[in-house]
Design a protein around this ligand. Structure first.
Ligand code: ATR
Length: 276
């Protein structure tokens, strides 16, 4: 690949972002379609966020970027236009600079989630328990409502579950005694990021008819227990893929080579898991 002054620049801003897997599959997509563009991780200092974004937006060849933790809400101040999804969810993960230099913000997390979940089950009409009430939960609840699931939110801090449920007009629950009653369980909390995190509930209660989706990329104890008990379960790597695929479409207007992007992502994930 020859990089020139005409090469378009994309990336992901976040903190931390050094271990992001997005560059691997976004660059695979550009390269396979012969698009003259590169995608890089930009680790943005929390205290210098606004100056950094202002500077990035001035770069002529920078055409867009993804936004990850902790900037998904604070990016909104830079928007000339936000999608309906961004205004409902309250956060954005995709920025596009239009040819006129205007800043458009989109949220593709919810699409990524629903596409990944739909590979396991058709969520329409299903009774779904969402664990957590943070930023990711907002996108997940928004997505589930869109596809007409019956949503229940549980959170360690119940007031936040109640607030989120009221915002989206769904249910909330204060205890996890009857997890077996749900068709689908989605973990959006950070529990499972570390192997020895205390479990959210007794995973032996998972029934074979249930579906479990964990937004965390690694194979968490929750996902492992669900599979061992005969339930369908997956981690968040597919959600990462599909949110990125939607961003790619927004930036390029082209149909991305999803299978090859998935292969690149899976291989990079396996390499990174081995080196840890
Ligand atoms: P994100 O953007 O990834 O959703 P967040 O907005 O910080 O991150 O939300 C983190 C979620 O994980 C919250 O629902 C949080 O629960 P609280 O609202 O009670 O803080 C949840 N969480 C984090 N650590 C947890 C733990 N040890 N047990 C249960 N829930 C936990």
């Amino acid at each position: 690949m020859v990089l020139t002054g005409k090469t378009k620049l994309y990336g992901v801003i976040g903190n931390p972002v050094k271990h992001s897997l997005s560059p691997v599959f976004q660059n695979a997509g550009f390269s396979l379609l012969g698009i003259d563009a590169v995608y890089l991780p930009f680790e943005v200092p929390k205290e210098g966020f606004e100056e950094t974004v202002r500077g990035l937006l001035l770069l002529e060849n920078l055409k867009g970027f993804n936004i990850t933790v902790p900037f998904k809400e604070s990016i909104i101040q830079f928007a000339d236009w936000v999608s309906e999804d961004v205004s409902q969810i309250g956060s954005a993960n995709t920025l596009k600079k239009t040819p006129e230099g205007k800043v458009e913000l989109h949220n593709t997390d919810w699409v990524g989630f629903i596409k990944a979940l739909s590979e396991l089950v058709d969520p329409k009409g299903k009774k779904v328990l969402v664990l957590g009430a943070g930023g990711t939960a907002r996108a997940v609840v928004y997505a589930l409502k869109k596809v007409q699931s019956e949503v229940y939110i549980w959170n360690r801090t119940p007031q936040k579950a109640q607030k989120l449920a009221e915002t989206f007009g769904v249910n909330w629950t204060e205890n996890l005694d009857r997890v077996g009653e749900f068709d689908v369980i989605v973990n959006t909390t950070s529990v499972g990021l570390k192997e020895n995190d205390p479990p959210l509930f007794d995973y032996n209660k998972i029934e074979p008819h249930q579906v479990v989706y964990d937004v965390i990329y690694r194979e968490t104890p929750l996902v492992r227990a669900a599979r061992q008990r005969g339930a369908k379960a997956d981690n968040g790597l597919k959600m990462l893929l599909y949110q990125g695929v939607e961003s790619f479409k927004i930036w390029t207007g082209k149909e991305p080579p999803v299978d090859e992007m998935w292969k690149a992502l899976r291989e990079a994930f396996e390499r990174s898991s081995q080196s840890r």
